[in-house]
Design a protein around this ligand. Structure first.
Ligand code: ZN
Length: 165
């Protein structure tokens, strides 16, 4: 006996048939997959849990589709694809100031027309330059105004703005 009806519910092989109306199927999968008790068990466990009580055509495909779009799993579970290659070390610079890192300390209290500090650090000697500048400094600013950028003082740093660690 494939189909039966009891208490206005339609059964297929003893499981409640879930019609494709509203979001009933989605809610069932969500209850068996998203709840803290279920704990995102994966495709087969979720399908096994749902198929104990419910049935609808292409149920496995529907559950797989639902799980493949689970935002939490996409963000947190380990990817089972090929690993990327080993990390390669960066080439070692031959001279000081060949490679530098630059950072900005922004939105300080304004002093003498400046409200930021650009910090340039040499990757070998760890020597640092602190150059006063403005938060809104940009290359396009220089092109429009024709004036040199305040941060260009790095080329001729003043003793008071320079220090080596
Ligand atoms: Zn998930």
């Amino acid at each position: 006996m494939e189909w039966s009806k009891c208490n206005s519910l339609l059964y297929y092989h003893g499981c409640i048939y879930v019609p494709d109306t509203s979001d009933l199927r989605c809610r069932i999968v969500s209850l068996c997959y998203n709840t803290k008790v279920a704990g995102h068990p994966g495709h087969f466990k979720t399908l096994e849990l749902i198929s104990q009580s419910y049935w609808w055509p292409n149920m496995s495909w529907y559950v797989g589709l639902y799980i493949s779009h689970c935002h939490l799993c996409l963000c947190t579970k380990i990817q089972r694809c090929l690993l990327s290659g080993e990390l390669q070390p960066l080439p070692i610079p031959e001279e000081c100031w060949d490679v530098i890192s630059i950072d900005f300390i922004l939105e300080l209290l304004e002093s003498g027309g400046y409200d930021s500090i650009m910090v340039a650090i040499d990757s070998i000697g760890k020597c640092s330059h602190f150059v006063k500048t403005v938060t809104t400094v940009s290359v396009s600013h220089r092109r429009q105004s024709g004036k040199p950028l305040p941060s260009e003082r790095l080329e001729t740093p003043q003793p008071s703005t320079e220090s080596c660690v």
